[in-house]
Ligand binder design. Structure first.
Ligand code: 13P
Length: 293
């Protein structure tokens, strides 16, 4: 069942859990995320990032995401991730996306406010919740931007500024920076839970953790207990899937060095690997809450 971002985050809030957002720029990833939700009995958010347009266009994967979400017995939000252009956001809204993130985090504060406010006006009239970002994750979700292994405090979300940002924009949920980074971690993730708790003390708006893959199960649960309600997960899931596909080919070659390799020899192990990984992430972020379906 297709559900709004606001409603899915309200469920997370009521149950002191977080719901993962899996970026799904392939049919295997969309299927794995929705199947993982159905098999575990928890909600899920599937997402397409504007930066993933070269992997698969929104016009192709968007309708597939919506159709499979509508058909599912699980609660599924279909979300637009890291959108920097309002014209692109409008296209997702017209396809029926029920969540959208406007990312103005690279802009000066006042420009972030004015563009995020325009995004808030745009989602009005659609069945869609809005996420905006304050602070920075160091790198963009597609790996571009400045690389910062040890994220500097200057790009953490300022708790007091968060109050003003929420009031000034009309967003529904807030992506905040407290030490996670997009992409592969070069060292051990170093999360600042004090910052997170301070933000949480100031506001009731559901909080989002980006750069969520590669984080330990313990840190996930500490983040949930400090108020995180949505966790964005992409890089490590596709890394594990890529490794599973490579390993499957290696096995075929060991059995018979001349064996044919078919496309499904890669896609089936990749799907199975993502399904297993996504189920694990969903259950850890459920933080002990009983399955909802
Ligand atoms: P990862 O790169 O850690 O998977 O984060 C993905 C993300 O935050 C997308 O918005």
């Amino acid at each position: 069942m297709l559900v709004n971002l606001r409603d899915i985050c309200a469920i997370a809030e009521q149950n002191n859990m977080a719901i993962p957002q899996f970026n799904t720029p392939s049919l295997e990833a969309v299927r794995a995320a929705i199947d993982a939700a159905e098999q575990t009995g928890y909600p899920v958010i599937i997402a397409h990032a504007e930066g993933h347009e070269p992997i698969v266009p929104l016009s192709v994967i968007g309708p597939i995401m919506i159709t499979l979400a509508e058909r599912s017995s699980a609660l599924v939000c279909v979300h637009l991730d890291h959108c920097e252009h309002l014209s692109y956001m409008r296209r997702a809204l017209e396809l029926g996306f029920t969540g959208a993130m406007f990312d103005g985090s690279m802009l000066p504060y006042n420009d972030n406010i004015s563009n995020s406010s325009r995004a808030a006006e745009m989602v009005t009239g659609f069945n869609c919740g809005l996420e905006c970002e304050l602070g920075s994750m160091g790198t963009r979700e597609n790996g571009s931007g400045h690389v910062n292994d040890h994220i500097s405090e200057t790009i953490y979300t300022d708790p007091k500024q968060a109050v003003d940002f929420i009031k000034s924009t009309g967003l529904d949920i807030l992506a905040c920076s407290f030490g996670t980074v997009h992409g592969i971690y070069k060292g051990k993730p170093n999360l600042n839970f004090d910052i997170l708790r301070k933000i949480r003390d100031e506001i009731e708006t559901p909080l989002v953790m980006h750069g969520g893959s590669g984080v330990s199960d313990d840190d996930y649960q500490r983040a949930v207990n400090a108020g995180i309600r949505k966790v964005n997960y992409f890089t490590y899931g596709v890394k594990y899937a890529g490794e599973a596909a490579a390993k499957a080919i290696e096995h075929l070659r060991i059995e018979d060095a001349n064996s044919e390799i078919y496309w499904q020899d890669l896609t089936i192990p990749a799907y199975r690997c993502m399904l297993k990984d996504f189920k694990h992430v969903i259950k850890v972020l459920a933080n002990g809450a009983s399955p909802l379906a």
